[in-house]
Design a protein around this ligand. Structure first.
Ligand code: BGC
Ligand code: BGC
Length: 805
């Protein structure tokens, strides 16, 4: 199958030359011990080409079984954000340990003619061991950036490592050391700060915490795991903050604004580095030999291995998910090949036979992987289930770990407004707790929590965790006061004071991209809540849950006090700790968090004027009141009742276009920023399109095309059931049936009139099963040749004229 997706995007610039000598000379943390290197040489000498190639491939547990290792001697497996043992995201911790143990045992099973090389199991433990039910959830990185506390970060790393070790997993894809330059980026919350010095200190602290200090006894002992610096390089510098986009800055800025975490953490002994999906000056990082090999491995002295990102190699022009010698030759040592790993295994072997990949390059990659496995103690630690912390499930979310998460969440709070010294509050009064975030643990935990995108979970999925309301109630009731929960802020007994907890709904990666920094489109429901309370003369404290600074001037005006809580994690009590005078009458805990990024004065863009500079944050003793702020956001609001997805052929953030195969599993995500020409995934290609339209072309084989976006992208704009309004034209009529979800669309697409542009409104409830749950309003599948041009797609309110097929 060949599925073509054409996007109208600006042409790419020419790649710039890299000058390694301009980069700070690195200090290699991982030294090349002669005995260890000799041991690797001896192993290499006994390995077959299949064994070597296998080491360079990582498969996702949703598509690989321990039995597969009989035939494919893979070096690693991962559990992606949406994967869990037995296909269950919410599998209990023992099932994770059991799975890790089975993979290890399968890799070590004696087989004739095969060496026993322990497999390495990786997972995204990015704010605690966040895929595991019951694990401690720490604040996301941006909150830690506000805490300005290296030692705290080191301790969080150590606790996270211990909880990962409990489940027998070897490796976490953390820390992210991105320095977000444009907060419209959906991964801004994974960035500690845009302060290079802070990121360098935190990178080191987190590496020390996760791996144990280099050259100490604790390094990679039973309580520590392998860490990953990501995403190399420039992930936080993409144009307009578009995820996986192009970072156009100069080499000097790449060094100054994006590299500080790497130099520091390579010196601290970071064992792996993940390549970025993004490009630098038009070249995909997965294909950038100069930066991966000459700079990272050469100049910076990195002796560990480079892991690719999730099918990131498939986005390199000329490559696909199943074949990319180019990325390997550029310096990717291990492919993250979640689903096409079998085909990749074959294509790597073929490339080796044909000489596209040299034996020397393969040996170098395998040497690096074996070095990391040796340094991580994987050859000595034994089966996961027998390791010291394995199976200590009582350690997941134990009181000491939760206390640390509570400390971190408390230290991350930034006070932006405290007029008339509203804070600290007395707990001996009637407190109304309102807002969508008041009693919502999934929301306070954000993305990368139990699932990739986070959200949509019930309190039962967070045993031991505390919502913000539950924390407030406990403290207030202990002091003899009264706390009442009311999401919409209505009440029967008049409260003395109100706390409104609101903010961004969870998201991950590109689905968190925004087109502006405006917090909430009209009708600004949370502002209405704040104003309703103010109109009744009730003093209100706003607690803002957010992955980033956003333009909230109207909300700042409407609240008496305003606290930024970021994405605090599982310990909601931390908020109460800082809002109230303690019951024992001691002095209230002060606000010590300071902004890790500047706070925007308009919603327009990042480089606009700052309302509050980086480093800003009030203490309780600060008495200045905040003057009334302009309520002009600077952006023209999208009319209520519309949620644009594609306009004039271009995708609107946070929507993305996705291509899938006949199994329905995700194959390639083509976010709006995808540019240039080239193959983006096996059988699928993205080409420069006719400006003004997006063109999707099937060229045989079963393929699916969908528009994907989080529900929140339209929930706030459209009341009731939306319909999809599509402006399209059939370029090549379908040779085989076309389905939209359950419905046969063949006749519509074959009609002669379909060759001309037309606008039709489609009723989703009859096309896509359970349309409310789905995030894919358009989902087309076909198996023949077919080409469709889309000019505009948007969700609009139903006017009663929508069709079913
Ligand atoms: C993300 C990485 C993550 C990987 C595995 C990718 O989509 O960019 O940060 O480690 O998936 O889940
Ligand atoms: C996986 C994530 C991955 C993402 C990349 C998801 O299906 O669960 O781990 O980062 O795809 O697009």
């Amino acid at each position: 199958m060949l599925l073509l997706l054409s996007l109208a995007t600006p042409a790419l610039g020419l790649a710039q030359q890299v000058h390694p000598a301009l980069w700070p000379q690195g200090r290699p943390g991982l030294l090349l011990d002669p005995d260890r290197e000799a041991r690797i040489t001896a192993l290499l000498a006994r390995m077959s080409p299949e064994e070597k190639v296998g080491q360079t491939i990582q498969a996702d547990i949703s598509t690989v079984t321990p039995e597969d290792l009989d035939r494919y001697p893979l070096g690693s497996v991962l559990a992606g954000g949406g994967s869990g043992p037995g296909g269950d995201d919410l599998a209990p911790a023992p099932a994770w340990l059991d799975l890790a143990d089975r993979f290890y045992r399968a890799s070590m099973r004696p087989r004739p003619g095969r060496l026993q090389i322990p497999i390495m199991f990786g997972i995204d433990a990015v704010h605690g061991h966040n895929n595991i039910v019951g694990a401690t959830l720490f604040p996301h990185n941006i909150g830690l950036g506000a805490a300005h506390d290296d030692d705290l970060v080191r301790r969080i790393g150590a606790v996270t490592a211990a909880e990962v070790a409990v489940t027998g997993i070897d490796w976490t894809f953390a820390p992210t050391v991105a320095q977000a330059q444009d907060l419209r980026w959906g991964r801004s919350y994974e960035s500690y700060s845009d302060d290079p010095a802070l990121v360098a200190r935190y990178a080191t602290a987190m590496i020390d915490g996760l791996q144990g200090e280099l050259a100490s006894k604790s390094f990679e002992d039973d309580a520590h795991v392998v860490a990953t610096l990501k995403h190399f390089l420039g992930d936080g510098g993409t144009w307009h903050g578009r995820d996986q986009g192009d970072t156009p800055c100069s080499e000097a800025d790449l060094i100054r604004l994006h590299a500080s975490g790497y130099g520091a953490a390579v010196a601290a002994g970071a064992l792996t580095v993940m390549a970025s999906y993004s490009s630098w000056q038009g070249t995909k990082m997965h294909a950038n030999h100069d930066l991966l090999t000459d700079v990272l491995k050469g100049r910076l002295g990195f002796n560990g291995f480079v892991i690719g990102d999730w099918n990131g190699h498939g986005q390199v022009p000329g490559c696909n998910d199943a074949a990319c010698p180019l990325a390997f030759n550029a310096g990717i040592d291990m492919f993250m090949a979640p689903d096409r790993w079998k085909a990749l295994f074959e294509s790597q072997l073929l490339a080796l036979r044909q000489g596209t990949i040299s034996e020397a390059r393969l040996d170098d990659a395998v040497r690096r992987i074996l070095r990391v496995k040796l340094l991580a103690g994987l050859f000595d630690k034994g089966p996961p289930a027998q390791r010291r912390l394995a199976g200590r499930f009582d350690m997941l979310g134990n009181p000491a770990h939760r206390a640390l998460a509570r400390e971190a969440a408390g230290k991350s709070l930034v006070l932006l407004k405290n007029d008339a010294a509203l804070l600290p509050l007395s707990p001996r009064q009637t407190v109304l707790v309102a807002g969508s975030g008041a009693d919502n643990i999934a929301k306070q935990a954000g993305g990368w929590t139990l699932s990739w995108q986070g959200g949509n979970k019930s309190p039962d999925n967070f045993p031991g965790a505390t919502s913000i309301f539950a924390g407030i109630r406990r403290l207030v009731e202990a002091a003899g006061g009264h706390a009442q929960l009311s999401e919409d802020g209505s009440f029967t007994a008049r409260p003395d004071v109100a706390i409104a907890v609101f903010g961004e709904d969870p998201y991950a990666e590109f689905s968190g991209d925004r087109s502006s920094l405006d917090y909430q489109p009209p009708p600004r429901r949370d502002l209405q809540l704040l104003r309703r309370l103010a109109d009744q003369g009730i003093a209100t404290v706003a607690v803002f849950l957010s992955g980033r600074p956003l333009w909230v001037n109207p909300e700042l005006n409407a609240a008496g006090a305003f606290v930024v809580a970021w994405l605090p994690g599982s310990e909601g009590e931390a908020i109460a700790d800082h809002l109230f005078v303690p019951a024992d009458g001691k002095t209230a805990r002060d606000f010590t968090g300071r902004l890790p990024f500047a706070w925007p004065a308009t919603a327009l863009a990042q480089d606009g004027p700052a309302l509050f500079p980086r480093g800003y944050g009030l203490s309780l003793a600060d008495r200045a009141s905040l003057p009334s702020l302009s309520e002009e956001s600077g952006v023209t609001a999208v009319a209520a009742g519309r949620a644009p997805i594609v306009m004039a052929g271009a995708l609107i953030a946070p929507w993305s276009a996705q291509l899938g195969d006949d199994t329905g599993s995700l194959r390639a995500t083509l976010p709006h920023q995808l540019s240039g020409s080239g193959t983006v995934a096996l059988d699928m290609e993205a080409k420069q399109g006719t400006p003004g339209e997006m063109r999707v072309t099937w060229q045989g084989g079963t393929g699916e095309f969908s528009l994907f976006g989080p529900n929140r992208a339209w929930r706030q704009a459209i009341a009731g059931e939306p319909v999809l309004q599509l402006t399209y034209r059939v370029v090549i009529p379908p040779s085989a049936p076309v389905r939209w979800g359950q419905t046969d669309m063949t006749a519509r697409m074959r009609a002669p009139a379909a060759a001309a542009w037309q606008t039709t409104r489609f009723r989703l409830s009859c096309l896509v099963p359970q349309w409310q749950a789905t995030e894919q309003p358009l989902l087309l599948a076909s198996a023949g040749s077919f080409s469709l041009a889309i000019r505009d797609a948007e969700l609009v309110a139903d006017r009663g004229d929508a069709v079913c097929g």
